[in-house]
Design a protein around this ligand. Sequence first.
Ligand SMILES: Cc1ncc(COP(=O)(O)O)c(C=O)c1O
Length: 391
Amino acid sequence: MMSDRSGRHFLQIPGPTNIPDRILRAIDQPIIDHRGPVFAALGREVLAGLRPIFKTEQPVIIYPASGSGAWEAALVNTLSPGDKVLMCETGHFAFLWQQIAKRLGLEPAIIETDWRHGADPEAIGEALASDARHEIKAVCIVHNETSTGVVSQVGEIRQAMDAAEHPALLLVDTISSLGSIDYRMDDWGVDVTVAGSQKGLMLPPGLSFNAISAKALAASRDARLPKSYWSWDDMLQANQSGFFPYTPATNLLYGLREAIAMLNDEGLDHVFARHARHGSATRLAVAAWGLDVVCADPDGHSGSLTAVMMPAGHSADALRGIILNAFDMSLGTGLGRLADKVFRIGHLGNFNDLMLAGTLSGVEMGLAIAGVPHQSGGVQAALGYLAGNQP
Ligand SMILES: Cc1ncc(COP(=O)(O)O)c(C=O)c1O
């Protein structure tokens, strides 16, 4: 199809994110024998290189799958039919994880939220403390809820679990936080970390991850949910020599090697600070427009994305359509109960100040074209913040 567009498309959805040229070039290589020595060296390198990104010394495994596969893998490897799992419905992705748990024959006990706050450590502590028979086998948390832009405090949740002296496993989804927001698997005593390639890791969709604690591995020995493709055993066994039990996504692993190098070159702390700073600048713009962000939790603002609420009676999807047509920029849609009520600005991955300035300019012009009630000056507020807060 012919396109009348010139210049680059602005992909400002909260993942998949823009892929750096360095990673695109790394992926653009001939395929190699995935049972040969060159592959084994690549496999060993990426498997070892991932651990510091998760801040763990425990094994990280890689599935050729989207993030949903890693969600399923975390559950089927650790749990048995009918097991109770404590899940906090912080937003649409937490809701989808619940649906997977139900389909697998687990029994989710759900702690509801208003989708504007993170998971409540106190409520989790109380639920565990009242479970004297230890029927709850796992607590499942989405670290950064991509549908709302709210971060849950995993370290505080761990403390609440410890205070309740409850042996449940802690399973955490970091699909939109890994490589964007500080995450410490071992310090926070997380048992399974779920992650994906297409957000902070700046890769195409298609890889997902489970990082596995010794406690989770021990639980997997007794877990009776059926599994084959997702089985940790075969994967861990093959990974010891750098191989996979089935055909790996070889070229994405070339990209992963480059992504790990890029994160290390920048330094993880710098990466997290960069994301947080772009989140702050975005929120200043939203406030200047006179609009509200979905996150109502002062400690929960996401560095990965900002979800913005539309004034009543105005369609978020109409605004997104106008912005796409006028400026060739894609913004994230509202999901689940937030459909058409919010739009989401992704500011994660391979991103910088001028990309944010362009993004916010597109939103501000779009608000004007769409006739959405707002004040101008959001872009100016963000620019002032960025100029005055140099890293
Ligand atoms: C927090 C979170 N969890 C899980 C998923 C599902 O991952 P996938 O769409 O790659 O299967 C996503 C996707 O955006 C997500 O943001």
